[in-house]
Design a protein. Structure first.
Length: 92
């Protein structure tokens, strides 16, 4: 991740676009189902936005996605950007 990319991610802040809840599903993070933005996987519920679809992701915007890990005391975090309509993962 370049310094410029890091600045762009930080400037986005902690604004939440979409949030899911796994309810009573307890799995190893690596065993989570594939999650596609805006599509709620079986067994999950959408917490935010409550009664609508999440805003579309924008070209050139930098995003962060995270999944809490309750038994390992950390949060899995990934960074990505939308370029040419594709999700590009950014590694720190």
């Amino acid at each position: 991740m370049t310094q410029e990319e890091l600045v762009k991610i930080k400037s986005f802040g902690d604004r939440r676009l979409w949030q899911l809840d796994s309810g009573d599903i307890f799995v190893v993070v690596t065993e989570l189902p594939e999650i596609t933005y805006g599509e709620v996987p079986s067994g999950f519920s959408q917490i935010y936005p409550k009664d609508s679809s999440p805003l579309p992701l924008k070209e050139g915007m930098y995003y962060r996605v995270s999944a809490p890990s309750y038994n390992a005391n950390f949060i899995v975090t990934k960074f990505f950007v939308i370029r040419d309509g594709k999700t590009i993962t950014i590694t720190p």
